[in-house]
Design a protein around this ligand. Structure first.
Ligand SMILES: Cc1cc2nc3c(=O)[nH]c(=O)nc-3n(C[C@H](O)[C@H](O)[C@H](O)COP(=O)(O)OP(=O)(O)OC[C@H]3O[C@@H](n4cnc5c(N)ncnc54)[C@H](O)[C@@H]3O)c2cc1C
Length: 450
């Protein structure tokens, strides 16, 4: 696959008006060599908004206006035609037509930015009403209207999205249980110790957490076909008024697939975000690059830069994978993580545990370089560790100060380690004692704060 040969793009049509689409439009709006006409078709009723902020919105921490990106007037002012509340139903690649619920458009270039939807557990009863996702403003309106008096809710999934949904509902007075398939929460981001600290905090707030909980079916006991209980594989029956599914996402790839584009788990693109049809691009959660699909905005922003470069006629940028760091957006809980969660035999582990404050940091080192980090509590050093990892900085000389922050590490080691890194952290713990122990595989250094 390669990008179509450079030619002026008269009409660019973008399917989807979510976060990827909006970022692309913003990049193109100001570009001097932008396509002459840009049309955007979005299935949701309002222009693109900051989906990330749905979590604090559900928790009642912000107002819906805080989610706004650009209003309809901005699109018009920039000569962009925006059709909202309109679904693209079919593509005709031969005619270069996009067929929506309301019209047929002809494109020179097409971008598919259709995102994804919540994945449903493949068990009986998953289509009962009252089983829903947490993806859109409309979802939040429904979830915010739940009456706590009508009984408990169950969130399926103890990942970032599941915990943010659970906390949001709990803050609205709803009794919430979280079902997690794995042995601990956030098993793709945290090690067992950090997950336990997190679970303790969430338990103390009143969330009920069930680990190793596998759903076998959903049951209804009413004529409306509403969910009334979740039944687990071990036979336990958990009554509920509503189920929120946050166990993963399914890319919205069907439009591309039906049009004959190469599709695996999502719409396959090359490093110019071009699909198997040189006139059609895909980006965001509906696309797949190599074996990767997406669920966070950081890599999507890099995709947008590449695609904007191609659509504005320059055509030199290439997309490549890069590590990403994650955070949880639950107020009062801060965690930051990147890299592998489990140590391999080649890893050295540095750990800092402060039983008093609940602060926890664990670094995975390989050949004197940081490969992964988990920080719970005081996460100020997270971006600095991430930068050191991205730069493959050799931290051998300053490793004894590494867990205490940039200032201590710089004093011990090569000043360039500290000075080249982000100034994200300057915390140091003066009343802590350090002890170093090593075991054959992997070796571990533990710092326990006094
Ligand atoms: C509650 C929540 C919290 C999140 N928090 C974070 C976070 O903290 N950090 C982070 O990095 N990421 C977070 N994410 C993920 C982030 O929001 C997504 O990665 C990002 O929105 C993906 O952008 P996208 O444009 O690919 O998909 P979307 O933003 O979902 O946009 C796709 C749009 O396409 C539309 N569409 C689909 N099919 C059609 C069609 N046939 N015709 C017309 N329109 C169509 C959809 O209606 C949708 O509006 C969060 C997601 C959620 C739901």
């Amino acid at each position: 696959m390669s990008s179509a040969s450079p030619f002026a793009i008269d009409h660019l049509v973008i399917v989807g008006n979510g976060m990827a689409s909006h970022r692309l439009i913003q990049a193109l709006a100001e570009a001097p060599t932008r396509p002459a006409h840009i049309t955007v078709i979005g299935a949701e009723a309002q222009p693109a908004y900051n989906r990330i902020l749905l979590s604090p919105l559900l928790a009642g921490e912000i107002d819906p206006v805080g989610l706004a990106l650009q209003n309809e007037a901005w699109y018009a002012d920039h000569g962009i035609t925006l059709y909202l509340d309109e679904q693209v139903q079919r593509l005709d690649r031969k005619q270069r037509h996009v067929i929506t619920t309301k019209r047929t458009l002809t494109y020179d270039r097409l971008v598919l930015a259709t995102g994804s939807r919540p994945a449903l557990p493949p068990v009986p009863g998953s289509t009962l009403s009252g089983i829903e996702g947490f993806r859109t403003l409309e979802d939040v309106s429904r979830l915010a209207a739940i009456d706590p008096a009508k009984g408990p809710c169950i969130v399926i999934g103890g990942g970032l999205l599941g915990l943010e949904a659970a906390e949001g509902l709990r803050k609205r007075g709803v009794e919430v249980s979280v079902l997690q398939r794995g042995a601990h929460l956030l098993n793709r981001q945290l090690d067992a110790t950090a997950a336990e600290l997190l679970a303790d905090e969430l338990n103390s707030r009143g969330l009920k957490l069930r680990m190793n909980a596998r759903v076998s079916r959903f049951e209804s006991d009413n004529e409306e076909g509403r969910v009334a209980a979740v039944v687990l594989e071990d036979g336990q029956r958990l009554p509920c008024q509503r189920v929120i599914v946050a166990m993963g996402i399914t890319p919205n790839a069907e439009l591309g697939q039906a049009a004959g584009l190469a599709t695996e788990r999502a719409i396959v693109v090359d490093d110019t975000l071009t699909t198997s049809d040189p006139r059609i691009h895909a980006l965001g959660e509906c696309c797949q690059f190599d074996t990767h699909t997406y669920g966070l905005v950081e890599p999507i922003w890099r995709q947008v830069e590449v695609l904007a470069d191609h659509l504005a006629g320059r055509g030199e940028a290439r997309y490549h994978e890069a590590p990403t760091a994650t955070r949880l957006k639950v107020s009062g809980i801060t965690l930051y993580a990147f890299g592998p969660t489990e140590a391999s035999e080649e890893h050295e582990i540095l750990r800092y545990v402060d039983g008093g404050t609940g602060d926890y940091r664990r670094l995975l080192l390989r050949n004197g370089r940081i490969e992964g980090a988990v920080l719970y509590g005081d996460t100020r050093m997270g971006p600095w560790y991430f930068k050191l990892a991205l730069e493959h900085s050799d931290i051998s000389d300053c490793r004894r100060g590494l867990l205490f922050g940039e200032a201590d590490a710089s004093a011990l080691g090569d000043a360039s380690v500290g000075s080249s890194a982000l100034s994200a952290s300057n915390s140091s713990t003066s009343n802590s004692s350090a002890s170093t122990s090593s075991s054959p595989t992997p070796s571990t250094s533990i710092v326990e704060a006094a």
